[in-house]
Design a protein around this ligand. Structure first.
Ligand code: C2O
Ligand code: CU
Length: 574
C-alpha cells in the first residue's frame, strides 16, 4: 500500500485575544498489517501509512489534532488511544474500545479530534485486544505554547520510544492467554528502541571475544540497525523516553554519561542526576545529557529488563559523537544493568522523583478512598487477574454512550467494591483462588478528590508477586507514597503531601502498596488498568466515570455498536 500521509499542519489562527496562536494539525492515517523486520527477523507488524513505529506527532500546547483514522486491517477492528492526553471535553476521542467508543470496523474511518493542552512527552497506541503488542504505537510530543519556555535549557533533542517484541503473532498469544491450560507468551525475543532491535545478534560478544568484527549479520539493516543519536561535544541534549512495552520493565543507561531527570509523564520534576533509570510500561521521561566525554568515541545507549528474570538481550542504540563515524563501535561494552530483582534499587530511584518546586500540591484530604487489591485468580479454571476479586470483562456497548443515555442493560449496574475483606493476607497464596467476571463502574462524584490505594499481593504461585504499572486515563494523579505489605489507615502519615509527583502511571512493587490521589474533574468514562498488555487482557483493570451527564454530543460512530445500535434501530422502527 502506498505510504502517503498528509499533515497540512495548517496554521489556522483560531483566535487570539491573548495573542497566542493555536494551530490545527490534520492527519490522514491508514492502519494496516505489513511485513517488517523490527529485530532483523521478518514478521508482520501493525503499521500506520506504511510506517513502523507510526508517525511521530509534534504539536504545541493548545493545538488541536485532527486525525482521520481509516481501518485497512480487513479482519479486525481498531482504535487508537492518546496516552497521557486528558481529553478534556472530548472523552469520546480517548480511543478505548468498549469504554469511550466502538471499534472502527474494517474499511471505516473515525476522526479523533482533540486538544493537546499540556507540554510533554507522550505516545499513542492501539487499545483493542493486544494491538499495542502487535506494534501499533508511535510518539506524541507536545512543545510548550508559543512564547513560553521550558524550565531548563537544551541545544537539541532525541526521542526514544521503547518496546518489546515477540515472533509469535498477538492472535496466537491471545489464544494462549485464554486457553485452559493457560499458555504464557514468554519473555520477548528482542527489545526495541524506536522500533529497532537485533535478534540473536550479540553486539556485546564483540567485547568478550576480543574479535574485531561484530557477530551480527543485520539482514534488512535499514529496518533493524540500531538507532544513532548524533551529537556534538559539549552540548546539552534532551532525551525523551517513553515505554510502550507489552510486558517488560526497563533500566536505561548511557555509557559513561550521567542523565538529569527533568520530566515525568508530561510533568516537570525536581531535577536530579542518575547513572541509569527505570522505566515501566506507560511511563515517559525527559532527561538531559551533557556530551562531556571523549569525542573520539561513541557510547552505547542500552535498555535492560528489570523486575522479571531476563531472557532477552539488551536493546541498544548508539550515541555518536560527531565527527567520529557512527560505525565505530564504542570502546566499552554496553552498561551493565542493576540485578533484575534488586527492588531496593528501583524503589530508591522511584523515591527521588518529586514535583518541581512550585508545582501544584494535592488537596490535603480525600472525599472517597478506593482500595484495590491486585490478585491473580482462576475463573472456571482459566487464569485471570482481578481487582477486589473482579476480573474486568468489557461490554459490547461502550460505557460512555450507555451511561450517558441510560442503557442499563449494557453493563453490570452494581458498582465494584471500594475495599477487600479485612482478613485477606496479601503475603501468601489466597485460600480461595477463584474470582468472578465483572463490568461494573466506579461512579465518582464530579470534582471530588479520590484516593486510590493499589494493594499488591501474592499471585497464584507461592512466593510470587509481580510489578504492575497502573495507568489512569483522563487525569494525572499525585503519587503520595509507596509502602511494604498491607496498607493500613495509619500509613496516611507517611504520605508526601508537599511535593508528590503528578503522573499518569505508577507502579506497585511486589507485596507493596502505592497511594494515588486525583481530582475527578473530567466528565467522561476512564480506564484505569495495569499497562502490561497480557494482564489487561486477563482482566486487570477498572473503570471510573464522573459527570457523564455533562458530556457533549458524542459522535454517533462512537456509539453504534452492541446494545446502543439495537436501541437506535428500535427507535427508528417506531
Ligand atoms: Cu497506554 Cu489504557 O493505556
Ligand atoms: Cu500487571
Amino acid at each position: 500500500m502506498g505510504s502517503f500521509w498528509i499533515c497540512w499542519c495548517l496554521a489556522i489562527l483560531i483566535n487570539s485575544s491573548l495573542g497566542l496562536s493555536q494551530n490545527r494539525h490534520f492527519y490522514k492515517w491508514e492502519v494496516e498489517y505489513m511485513y517488517w523486520s523490527p529485530d532483523c527477523v521478518e514478521g508482520v507488524v501493525m503499521a500506520i501509512n506504511g510506517q513502523f513505529p507510526g508517525p511521530t506527532i509534534r504539536a504545541r500546547a493548545g493545538d488541536t489534532l485532527h486525525i482521520e483514522l481509516t481501518n485497512k486491517l480487513h479482519t479486525e477492528g481498531v482504535v487508537i488511544h492518546w496516552h497521557g492526553i486528558t481529553q478534556k471535553g472530548t472523552p469520546w476521542a480517548d480511543g478505548t474500545a468498549s469504554i469511550s467508543q466502538c471499534v472502527i470496523n474494517p474499511g471505516e474511518t473515525f476522526v479523533y479530534r482533540f486538544q493537546v493542552d499540556r507540554p510533554g512527552t507522550y505516545f499513542y497506541h492501539g487499545h483493542y485486544g493486544m494491538q499495542r503488542s502487535a506494534g501499533l504505537y508511535g510518539s506524541l510530543i507536545v512543545d510548550v505554547a508559543k512564547g513560553e519556555k521550558e524550565p531548563f535549557h537544551y541545544d537539541g533533542e532525541f526521542n526514544l520510544l521503547l518496546s518489546d517484541w515477540w515472533h509469535s503473532s498477538v492472535h496466537e498469544q491471545g489464544v494462549g492467554l485464554y486457553s485452559k491450560p493457560f499458555r504464557w507468551p514468554g519473555e520477548p525475543k528482542s527489545l526495541l528502541i524506536n522500533g529497532r532491535g537485533q535478534y540473536n545478534c550479540s553486539l556485546a560478544a564483540h567485547y568478550s571475544t576480543g574479535s574485531s568484527t561484530s557477530q551480527c549479520k543485520l539482514t534488512r539493516a535499514e529496518q533493524c540497525a540500531p538507532q544513532v543519536l548524533r551529537v556534538l561535544p559539549n552540548k546539552t541534549y534532551r532525551i525523551r523516553v517513553a515505554s510502550a512495552t507489552a510486558l517488560s520493565a526497563f533500566n536505561l543507561a548511557i555509557g559513561n554519561h550521567k542523565m538529569v531527570m527533568v520530566e515525568a509523564d508530561g510533568n516537570y520534576v525536581q531535577p536530579f542526576a542518575v547513572d541509569d533509570m527505570d522505566i515501566y510500561s506507560g511511563e515517559s521521561y525527559s532527561v538531559l545529557l551533557t556530551t562531556n566525554q571523549a569525542p573520539s568515541n561513541n557510547y552505547w545507549v542500552s535498555v535492560s529488563v528489570r523486575g522479571r528474570e531476563p531472557r532477552t538481550p539488551q536493546g541498544l542504540a548508539i550515541l555518536n559523537y560527531l565527527p567520529t563515524t557512527a560505525s565505530k563501535l564504542p570502546e566499552s561494552p554496553p552498561p551493565v544493568a542493576p540485578l533484575w530483582n534488586n527492588y531496593t534499587y528501583s524503589k530508591l530511584f522511584t523515591s527521588k522523583i518529586v514535583a518541581l518546586m512550585g508545582s501544584l500540591p494535592p488537596p490535603p484530604t480525600y472525599y472517597r478512598r478506593i482500595v484495590l487489591l491486585n490478585t491473580q485468580n482462576y475463573i472456571n479454571g482459566f487464569k485471570k487477574w482481578a481487582v477486589n476479586n473482579i476480573s474486568l470483562l468489557l461490554p459490547s456497548t461502550p460505557y460512555l454512550g450507555s451511561i450517558k443515555y441510560g442503557l442499563n442493560g449494557a453493563f453490570e449496574q452494581t458498582s465494584p467494591p471500594d475495599d477487600y475483606p479485612m482478613d485477606y493476607d496479601v503475603m501468601v497464596q489466597a485460600s480461595n483462588q477463584n474470582a468472578t467476571y465483572g463490568s461494573g463502574v466506579y461512579m465518582l462524584k464530579l470534582n471530588s478528590t479520590v484516593d486510590v490505594i493499589l494493594q499488591n499481593a501474592n499471585a497464584l504461585e507461592k512466593n510470587m508477586s509481580e510489578i504492575h504499572p497502573w495507568h489512569l486515563h483522563g487525569h494525572d494523579f499525585w503519587v503520595l507514597g509507596y509502602g511494604e505489605g498491607k496498607f493500613t489507615a495509619k500509613d496516611d502519615r507517611s504520605f508526601n503531601l508537599k511535593n508528590p509527583p503528578l503522573r499518569n502511571t505508577a507502579v506497585i512493587f511486589p507485596y507493596g502498596w502505592t497511594a494515588l490521589r486525583f481530582v475527578a474533574d473530567n466528565p467522561g468514562v476512564w480506564a484505569f488498568h495495569c499497562h502490561i498488555e497480557p494482564h489487561l487482557h486477563m482482566g486487570m483493570g477498572a473503570v471510573f466515570a464522573e459527570g457523564v451527564h455533562l458530556v457533549g454530543k458524542i459522535p454517533s460512530e462512537a456509539l453504534t455498536c452492541g446494545l446502543t445500535a439495537k436501541m437506535f434501530l428500535n427507535n427508528n422502527n417506531h
